[in-house]
Design a protein around this ligand. Structure first.
Ligand code: KIV
Ligand code: ZN
Length: 512
């Protein structure tokens, strides 16, 4: 029997550390459910000690998810580890992931600790965590830039203390595949008790090699866990991308010889959900989940694919969730068809009332748009007005006037804690006028650092999906909104971002 490769998803922890990608508790819960549907082995749900919000998110995910192990990150100290254990109490299967930096640079400049102090703290942390849960992962942060002898000493000690998984991060994305693979191999060969733990890889993408490095860690180094995120979400250039690593190991089973438990048909829905929730748009030529990933544009390719698909296709689009017929529903579709399509897309709404709200929104959309695509449905259900989440600001209606040679004017009605308010403003364009109209009431003082519009399903009939990134007092948030009218989509995205700015910002960073 082939070995199994464990897929450890850290979208909700390392992915969320990306500036602007922070998520609310309910958003995280929705994504965690999708990860469970995807049959991810371990879901790193957050960093419980970093903020009350993250504690609650980890707790909610631990209580809701039954089929995946739920994990919380914690620094290597008793307080963090206790918070993680407390948040994970409701989990069927819980893991504490504790870490401390081991590279000379991080120990000296960041931690201001001697190697001996780091060694002791790592041991004590794992010992403490093992008294609380049976499944403990240890990471030497910046492990790849650590001194090999020192790293062997630390890892041998934490395995003796009961660490069940040893994860070797390339925290700054400095590795190259062959060297990283050999680094893991050397650690496993030199550490006498290395066979008592599962070895894991965790690669950042600064040089665009996170997936290649992770796969080398598996193939050359013998790692049996890969840490990754949906769409490769993560700080700077991101983390190793789950969809790429999974499809590489599945498609090239002849080479890797490993089993993987992922239900790949849910990959696309997970990708869409993460992109729509965080506002991080997926590039069209992104492997597996990009809009062009399975589009054969050239005549020669199209001809080949029509004659025999495997002439140019190494994976089947359907296997990762691209449906063959993308036009799914229309104006005459009923509630049951809508509900079934949600199920096929892997979306489960929490209550009948959420389904009713989503269905009402679907009908409204179908009145304005003759063909409803999967993308439209996913955008619709990720809209916070469909879920039971209570937000400070909610969109109600918008009217705007623009004419060549005249300054556009907008009037917007929106709710502030349930009470309707009306704002009016001129602007350079209709979008500018609408957002200024919101600001006449909100006066957020936020600076807009990004505004982007994307046609969800590629034509002018399509819904526009707008991402707005706001910055205020050092905090960066993304808001997303979708509507066939891009001015309305912009207003929704802006309100979404304002809601995120209002939520408390008391989190501490996992690194740094
Ligand atoms: O990249 C890193 O070093 C991390 C650790 C906290 C595991 O994310
Ligand atoms: Zn990381």
């Amino acid at each position: 029997m082939a070995d199994k490769l464990i897929i450890f998803d850290t979208t909700l922890r390392d992915g969320e550390q990306s500036p602007g990608a922070s998520m609310t508790r309910d958003e995280k819960l929705r994504i965690a459910r999708q990860l469970e549907r995807l049959r991810v082995d371990v879901i790193e749900a957050g960093f419980a000690a970093s903020s009350n919000g993250d504690f609650e998110a980890v707790q909610a995910i631990a209580n809701a998810v039954k089929d995946s192990t739920v994990c919380s990150l914690s620094r290597a100290n008793d307080r963090d580890i206790s918070r993680a254990a407390e948040a994970l109490k409701g989990a069927n299967s819980a893991r504490i992931h504790t870490f401390i930096a081991t590279s000379p640079l991080h120990m000296e400049k960041k931690l201001r600790m001697t190697p001996d102090e780091v060694f002791e703290q790592a041991k004590l942390a794992v010992r403490f965590a093992r008294n609380l849960v049976g499944d403990v992962e240890f990471s030497p942060e910046d492990g790849y830039r650590s001194d090999m002898d020192f790293l062997c000493r630390v890892l041998e000690a934490v395995i003796s203390e009961g660490a069940t998984t040893i994860n070797v991060p390339d925290t700054v994305g400095y590795a190259v595949p062959e060297l990283y693979g050999n680094f893991i191999k050397t650690l496993r060969e030199r550490i006498p008790n290395s066979d008592k733990a599962i070895w894991s890889v965790h690669c950042h993408n600064d040089l665009g090699m996170a997936v290649a490095n992770s796969l080398a860690g598996v193939k050359i180094g013998g790692a049996r866990q890969v840490e990754c995120t949906i769409n490769g979400l993560g700080e700077r250039a991101g983390n190793c991308s789950l969809e790429e690593v999974v499809m590489a190991v599945k498609t090239r089973r002849d080479y890797f010889g490993l089993d993987i438990g992922i239900d790949t048909q849910h990959i696309l829905a997970a990708s869409r959900m993460v992109s729509q929730t965080t506002g991080f748009v997926v590039q069209p030529n992104k492997a597996v989940v990009g809009a062009n990933a399975f589009a054969h544009a050239s005549g020669i390719h199209q001809d080949g694919v029509l004659k025999a698909r495997d002439t140019y296709e190494i994976m089947r689009a359907e296997d990762v969730g691209w449906s063959a017929n993308k036009i799914v529903l229309g104006k005459l579709s009923g509630r049951n068809a809508f509900k079934q399509r949600l199920q096929e897309l892997g979306v489960s709404l929490d209550s009948e009332s959420e389904i009713n709200t989503a269905f009402a929104r679907f009908k409204e959309l179908a009145d304005r748009k003759s063909e409803i695509f999967d993308e439209d449905i996913l955008a619709l259900v990720s809209d916070e007005s469909v879920t039971s989440e209570k937000e400070q600001f909610g969109f109600v209606s918008l009217s705007q006037h623009s004419e060549t040679g005249e300054r556009p004017h907008a009037t917007i009605v929106f709710t502030v804690n349930g009470r309707e308010v009306r704002g009016e403003s001129d602007g350079n364009g209709p979008v500018d006028a609408s957002l200024k109209a919101i600001e006449t009431h909100v006066k957020s003082g936020a600076e807009m650092v990004l505004y982007s519009v994307n046609a969800i399903s590629g034509s002018t009939e399509s819904q526009g999906e707008v991402t707005v990134r706001l910055q205020n007092s050092g905090r960066v948030v993304n808001g997303v909104g979708a509507d066939p009218d891009i001015v309305v989509a912009s207003a929704k995205a802006y309100l979404h971002a304002l809601n995120k700015l209002q939520s408390k910002a008391d989190r501490v960073a996992a690194q740094g």
